[in-house]
Design a protein around this ligand. Structure first.
Ligand SMILES: [Zn+2]
Length: 255
């Protein structure tokens, strides 16, 4: 707990308790001739927990996308070295843009009302993170803007339009592994894997047969919690039709 308070003080984020995802009780997924693609995505790093996410994905040999906050990357040796670890394994990992300041450190209304400075915040992050792609995710908002998917609330629409005009793909998520007020994952890995199965089985994803899972690096900083991440990935890997991919292979991205 003390460790977590230090973490909170250090990271300036407001963590909101969030309700647990609703999960339907379903029979195990039956074999399906269609391949289904899973995109693991970790937001807000580099933060405590990032190295555990890297270790587990490398152990399990599953691809993942890290939506990094450039301020976290650039402010410390820890941030730069975690970033380098991700960048050094391009076969498994993709680094994508999650802004420089994370919405002025969580001031979403102010950030999205100032679309010129928030666009500049993303451009600055792109330079620091040296992303070799045009994939971005908005802080605290599940907006999408690709060739195929357009989804933006009134609050974020001015920024999304500007990002579109300079060539960004904005990519949100289909489901989230939420965390509690202590920053720890709420649901059990079995529940998350079952929810992923059900979304794919019943075509409840933005693109059929493609599932984007949002997680946050810091959820997995404790070894008991990083074991849950490994468990969840192991459960998904049992399905022979599932393939793990980086988000640069998601269908319908603008070139
Ligand atoms: Zn975020």
């Amino acid at each position: 707990m003390i460790g977590y308070l230090i973490y909170l003080a250090a990271h300036l984020f407001t963590l909101f308790p969030a309700p647990s995802v609703a999960v339907q009780k379903l029979a195990p997924v039956k074999s399906d001739p269609l391949t289904k693609y899973i995109y693991l995505s970790f937001d807000d790093g580099p933060l405590p927990g990032t190295n555990n996410c890297i270790n587990i994905c490398e152990q399990e040999q599953v691809a993942a996308t890290f939506f990094e906050v450039a301020f976290h990357q650039s402010r410390s040796n820890f941030g730069r070295s975690a970033y380098k670890r991700i960048a050094s394994n391009p076969k498994l990992f993709l680094i994508a843009n999650h802004s420089y300041s994370h919405a002025f450190y969580g001031d979403y209304i102010h950030y999205y009302h100032q679309s010129d400075s928030s666009l500049a915040d993303f451009m600055k992050a792109g330079r620091i993170l040296q992303t070799n792609n045009n994939i971005a995710r908005l802080p605290g908002n599940n907006a999408w803007n690709t060739s195929n998917i357009k989804r933006a609330s009134g609050l974020v629409r001015p920024l999304v339009k500007k990002m579109d005009s300079v060539g960004f793909n904005v990519v949100g998520w289909d489901m989230e592994w939420r965390y509690n007020s202590s920053g720890r994952p709420i649901d059990a890995p079995e529940k998350i894997a079952a929810f992923a199965d059900s979304l794919l089985k019943f075509n409840k994803t933005k693109t059929n047969n493609h599932l984007v899972i949002l997680m946050h690096d810091h959820e997995f900083r404790a070894s008991a919690d990083s074991a849950k991440l490994a468990k969840m990935i192991g459960l998904l890997k049992r399905n022979p039709n599932y393939q793990f991919r980086k988000l640069n292979t998601y269908p319908g991205l603008k070139k």
